[in-house]
Ligand binder design. Structure first.
Ligand code: ASP
Ligand code: MG
Length: 442
């Protein structure tokens, strides 16, 4: 058995759905289970519709048009989708009357995207005489906590999912399961979502719980690339990365996989293959526990823009101990998440996402330390074998020095697979280009 996951852009319109259906049917002898995202930008359209509704206006024209037009081109019955759209309209009407939207209602609202796309795909596959059956994740064992908009799957899914698919596993059920990504229900039966891009996690969890042979996530590019091809056109496919490297890649800006999606694999050890839907025969990239051969020196280079740097310098109020504890307590209090850190005895520099509101945090920190916030920074990360860090850093700094670029902070992650630098956002593309040619084309 395999799991095949297709993201929103792979099922963005009728043409693309036909293409995905042909890929699924090509793999039918491998007994696939399919995880789907919502069509195209449907999740964003739903969030937009929610904003409209909060302001008193119910408008689902875009969503309705996309789904009806697609169904009509595919020549499938729309009654199931119509039913969902009616339920969606009722929900939006409720929101428009209340003028408010809780996280819980937001999850209920965005769940319609995935629910519609699985119905569409299953029904189209059936018209092609490829037997398929759609499932909402909660009907096949996806149970989560109640942390709406970013829920965690509960550990019991390792049992509940295989129970629900035991007939398919045994070969009794012939219809290919087409399952909603991204969504689940909590213990009280309330709909939750696993965070944006969460269908990757749905796929790795489904595959891990069932012990399939391979989990495939299908993209529009040849697997995982050495860097963003929009920044460096020579970017090339990385044949293999480890779960740990993939996780770092996701955390530091590569649009490969949901950062949490590697968690089930660390337990199941099932390989995840990132494949290109426009190059079906291509091997893509495989994510596994350990490199099959020698660990490559450098795997990939990523960047995250719009980051703020906070420099905190302790004054005499703090002794040798307790300074960092105090600092991090303030971050906890204001619920601000830290990405990269560098410390010395009396100072600490850390980066936070540029969209965080820092007003209260900085005020509190200033009670005990000198604080400066620098905006418009970017984190450039080298995913590499950090046991070679001296040689990687030598090449890095030689190249940056030649270009007269100074980095503002440097940090080697505890995971030993990443080295991160901070530069100005305006310089970050150039830094990525310089490092790509310095580190890959030796
Ligand atoms: N549809 C959801 C999103 O756009 C989940 C996903 O695509 O993975 O974030
Ligand atoms: Mg999406």
């Amino acid at each position: 058995m395999i799991v095949m996951k297709f993201g929103g852009s792979s099922v963005a319109d009728a043409q693309r759905i036909k293409h995905v259906a042909s890929i699924i049917s090509e793999y039918k002898d491998e007994r696939p289970l399919v995880i789907l995202s919502a069509m195209g930008d449907t999740t964003d359209y739903l969030l937009e519709a929610a904003d409209f509704a909060v302001n008193g206006k119910v408008d689902i024209d875009k969503i309705e048009k996309l789904h009806f037009e697609t169904a009509s081109i595919l020549g499938i019955d729309v009654s199931e989708i119509k039913e969902l759209l009616t339920e969606l309209k009722t929900l939006l009407t409720g929101i428009s009357m209340l003028h408010e939207l809780s996280k819980r209602s937001r999850d209920y609202l965005v769940s319609f995207g995935e629910r519609m796309s699985v119905r569409m795909m299953a029904s189209y596959l059936n018209t092609l005489k490829v037997p398929a059956k759609f499932y909402d994740a909660w009907d096949v064992g996806f149970v989560s906590d109640s942390n709406f908009m970013n829920a965690e799957l509960l550990s019991e899914v390792w049992q509940t999912i295989p129970q629900k698919f035991s007939d398919y596993k045994k070969g009794i059920q012939k219809e290919i399961p087409i399952v909603t990504g991204f969504i689940a229900k909590d213990k009280n039966g309330v709909i939750t979502t696993l965070g944006r891009g969460g269908s990757d996690l749905s796929a790795t969890m489904l595959g891990s719980a069932l012990g399939v042979d391979e989990i495939q996530t299908w993209k529009d590019v040849d697997g995982i690339l050495t860097t963003d091809p929009r920044i460096v056109k020579e970017a090339r496919t990385v044949p293999e990365v480890t779960y740990e490297e993939a996780q770092e890649l996701a955390m530091f800006g590569a649009q490969v996989l949901h950062p949490r999606s590697m968690v089930p694999c660390a337990k199941s050890k099932i390989p995840v293959r990132v494949k290109n839907s426009y190059n079906i025969k291509g091997p893509g990239s495989v994510i596994l526990e350990k490199h099959t051969g020698k660990t490559p020196r450098v795997i990939a280079i990523t960047s995250v823009k719009n980051v703020n740097l906070i420099d905190i310098q302790s004054n005499n109020m703090f002794g040798a101990s307790g300074f960092l504890a105090h600092v991090f307590n303030q971050f906890l209090k204001w619920n601000v998440s830290v990405d990269v850190i560098a410390t010395s005895e009396v100072s600490v520099s850390l980066t936070v996402n540029g969209s965080c509101d820092l007003t209260g945090l900085v005020e509190d920190l200033k009670n005990a330390a000198a604080v400066t916030v620098k905006k418009d920074k970017a984190i450039v990360t080298i995913i590499c074998d950090a046991s070679n860090s001296s040689s990687i850093l030598e090449d890095t700094f030689t190249a940056l020095n030649k270009a007269k670029i100074n980095v503002q902070m440097i940090s080697q992650g505890a995971s030993k697979v990443n080295i991160s630098f901070l530069v100005d956002t305006s310089q970050s593309n150039q830094v990525v280009q310089i490092l790509h040619s310095a580190l890959f084309d030796l």
